[in-house]
Design a protein around this ligand. Structure first.
Ligand code: ATP
Ligand code: MG
Length: 432
């Protein structure tokens, strides 16, 4: 226990709402601590993303104390205290599940050792042991403003090590997502994964197959939209975790590490990081369109060969197949898969610019993303589209007259002129 005054953390560094929650719990007669990422990040001089509270009050007792409280979750029952846009998450301390096996089904695990339900409450010491990494098991007490360090988290912060609490293999089996979290924290905090915690990862990577697809989607977003996507991608590949997330792409990248495909994915993540770090938006539709692009092209070829379809029909079929296979383990919400489809479709239409086509294309909601996608392809080495990309860049910088001029100058390059629809003769006899 590190007393107030010896740890350099003050209440001012916490969100006022989190402090309010702590005091309300304390005044209600309960123990309350700030825990996890917020303490870790402040000690590392980073801005915490959110503030998590842990208490010995049960979720129902928490609910009684707060009007603005919602209870959520099944695997973990949690209370959310809502202050406008800020949510303070209040968890009840967890205990060991073995002790109460199967009693009222509050704890449950699968054959692989994965915890399916985990609502056994316990003491703060037990709660600390149930957390994932030692750096995430630091508690700030509102009673005496001390820090409780049950798992040598402070030492791990000093040594810059991501280190699982307990036996690494058991802890990964309990919750395979911890492997992804280890990678995410290592890159975010500029640390390395401790040798013991690193060792079992590759062998256990395939356990990610057992994670509900909705949860994996959330984790993938955290990995790729947090400004460290490139570093996360490289580390996921290094530990064999990327294979469990994007098996087809992983195989393609393995075939030739210095290929256009590798350059494309790496460039995409670099661009994503740049945008995120400049506070610009990145749509998951773009990221998934890119991650599934080469599997899509490979499938298209295969289908075309097997079924003698036109390239366009094969492409459309391959799109469905690639998206439905992906959704088996990563549940990408429909609005993003629709976005990815649009981006892919437009790739096929970008060279057809004659007549009104170029203009109409720019009016599509996903046009800008699709244009960025083309630039990415060219950057990664598809030099055959260089001229097309330059044409579009110039087109977008012109006013309407300049644009018309550019289309006129295209001649045959703009694809066949759209055929004028023959006027339909009115064959019906006029009725009276
Ligand atoms: P950040 O919010 O910056 O991503 P965090 O450490 O706060 O990092 P959360 O996902 O918000 O991460 O979780 C809060 C805390 O809950 C963690 O610090 C950790 O102590 C605990 N925790 C979260 N997920 C797990 C898990 N899968 N297994 C064990 N403990 C976990
Ligand atoms: Mg957090």
């Amino acid at each position: 226990m590190i007393p107030r005054g010896e740890h350099g953390i003050s209440r001012k560094q916490f969100s006022p709402n989190a402090i309010k929650v702590l005091y309300r719990l304390k005044d209600g007669g309960y123990d309350a601590y700030l825990v996890g990422g917020c303490i870790r990040d402040i000690l590392l001089g980073q801005q915490p993303k959110d503030f998590d509270v842990v208490t010995n009050a049960t979720p129902d007792q928490v609910k009684k104390l707060f009007r603005n409280c919602r209870l959520i979750g099944r695997r973990f029952r949690l209370a959310h205290i809502v202050f406008g846009r800020e949510i303070i998450e209040v968890a009840t301390m967890r205990g060991h599940h073995e002790a109460q096996e199967d009693k009222n089904q509050i704890s449950q695990s699968s054959n692989e050792g994965q915890l399916l339900r985990d609502n056994v409450f316990g003491s703060i010491e037990e709660d600390a042991e149930r957390r994932d990494f030692s750096i995430n098991a630091l508690y700030y007490s509102i009673n005496d403003f001390s820090i409780h360090d049950y798992a040598n988290g402070l030492a791990a912060i000093k040594a810059k090590q991501i280190e699982l609490i307990g036996d690494p293999e058991t802890r990964y089996r309990e919750d395979p997502v911890r492997m992804l979290r280890a990678v995410r924290f290592a890159t975010k905090l500029d640390m390395s994964i401790a040798p013991n915690s690193e060792k079992p990862i590759t062998a256990l990577a395939s356990l990610l197959d057992n994670i509900p697809p909705a949860r994996l989607f959330e984790e993938v977003l955290k990995l790729f939209l947090n400004g460290k996507a490139e570093a996360n991608f490289l580390m996921l590949r290094q530990y064999g975790l990327f294979k469990s997330l994007f098996p087809e792409l992983d195989k393609i990248l393995d075939k030739n590490p210095s290929s256009l495909e590798t350059a494309f994915i790496q460039q995409m993540f670099q661009n994503t990081d740049k945008r995120i770090n400049a506070d610009k938006k990145v749509t998951p539709a773009f990221v998934f369109a890119a991650l599934l692009w080469f599997p899509l092209l490979e499938r298209t070829k295969k289908i075309q060969n097997q079924e003698q379809l036109s390239e366009y029909d094969a492409f459309a079929q391959a799109m469905n197949k690639v998206l439905s296979d992906n959704s088996q383990h990563i549940a990408v919400p429909k609005r993003f898969t629709l976005g990815a489809r649009d981006i892919w479709h437009i790739q096929h239409r970008l060279d057809k610019r004659a007549g009104q086509r170029a203009y109409r294309l720019t009016q599509q909601p996903r046009f800008k993303a699709a244009y960025d996608f083309l630039l990415l392809r060219v950057d990664a080495g598809e030099t055959q589209h260089n001229e097309l990309a330059q044409w579009w860049t110039q087109y977008l910088s012109q006013d309407i007259n300049g644009q018309k001029e550019m289309v006129k100058n295209l001649g045959h390059q703009g694809g066949p002129k759209p055929r004028k629809r023959p006027r339909r003769r009115n064959t019906k006899k006029p009725t009276e």
